[in-house]
Write a protein that binds this ligand. Structure first.
Ligand code: HXC
Length: 260
């Protein structure tokens, strides 16, 4: 099934693994990859949510769910083994699992800060590290999901700012280390995307949404499809000379020097 400007079967025969794939932007990416012909394994912590998401994906192609917490290396490595046994060696790895809640630094426990750091930074490292031995096919690639907090300091987001900055440096470092093996490593930085947990948590209510829309250069919120189209491009051979890039998809929001 053709999607946007992409041809039918763009990723036919490819195998993908997506953490945090049960909902939101990551599920949107999973759906786009499945529709493009890839065999997709999604990972999440909540088995019920995971099963419901897999059922939806299977309406469009080949998908399976593998439960694990990205903070638990052994469980994640096992999930990757299961995906490989079912779908073969990996072509596309999407590290999307993330944690977030708005809280002032002075009102946040050490454990609260650590939880987000561990899900975002350690979780991304664990996923890339455990997937490394499965990423041996020519053209294999990694996509890390970042956030504007990586480069814009934001009140109530000390944990996420620190974590996503770490994720971006991991992307750039792995791109150097793994480039010689033919593995491309890039990231996507979504701006304000409608109907996501991030928007519900960080811009709840019509007031904050209205202010955001007024300021956005492109005058609209992004959609999961906008992010999925970028993921399709970065996963495809059209992006074969792109690595270590932090690609912002935000309707121009970052030009204003402000986030949500
Ligand atoms: C202060 C909080 C808090 C809050 C949790 N904590 N919520 N502190 N304000 N609102 C504290 C807890 O009290 C606890 O500290 C510590 O954080 C860990 O909480 P747990 O619930 O035990 O941890 P866990 O079950 O692992 O949950 C992790 C989580 C949770 C990050 C806290 O929110 C989560 O699972 N989120 C995953 C889903 C999610 O956040 N999706 C949104 C991603 S959006 P103490 O000291 O009490 O033990 C995103 C994009 C943003 O990332 C970009 C938008 C532009």
């Amino acid at each position: 099934m053709a999607q946007g400007v992409f041809r039918d079967g763009l990723l036919a025969g490819k195998s993908a693994f997506i953490t945090g794939g049960s909902s939101g932007i990551n599920l949107g990416i999973a759906e786009a990859l499945v529709k493009a012909g890839a065999k997709v394994a999604i990972n999440g912590r909540n088995v019920e949510k995971l099963e419901a998401a897999v059922k939806g994906l299977q309406a469009h192609g080949t998908a399976l769910g593998v439960a694990a917490d990205v903070r638990q290396y052994d469980a994640l490595a096992q999930a990757l083994q299961t995906a490989r046994a079912a779908h073969g060696e990996l072509d596309i790895l999407v590290c999307g699992a993330a944690g977030n809640f708005p809280a002032p630094a002075a009102g946040m426990s050490s454990n609260a800060f650590k939880s987000v750091l561990e899900i975002d930074v350690l979780g991304t490292f664990n996923t890339c590290r455990a997937a490394f031995e499965h990423l041996r096919k020519p053209g294999a690639c990694v996509l890390n999901i970042s956030a504007p907090q990586a480069y814009l300091p934001m009140a109530m987001q000390a944990h996420v700012c620190a974590a996503k900055a770490g994720v971006d440096m991991l992307t750039r470092t792995l791109a150097i280390e793994w480039g010689g093996l033919g593995i491309r490593v890039n990231s996507i930085t979504p701006g304000p995307i409608e109907d996501t947990e991030g928007m519900r948590r960080l811009a709840p209510g019509d007031d904050s949404r209205g202010k955001l829309l007024e300021a956005l250069p492109l005058g609209r919120l992004g959609t999961k499809q906008d992010i999925a189209q970028l993921a399709l491009f970065l996963s495809s051979d059209a992006a074969s000379y792109i690595t270590g890039s932090l690609m912002v998809c935000d309707g121009g929001q970052s030009l204003l020097g402000s986030g949500l």
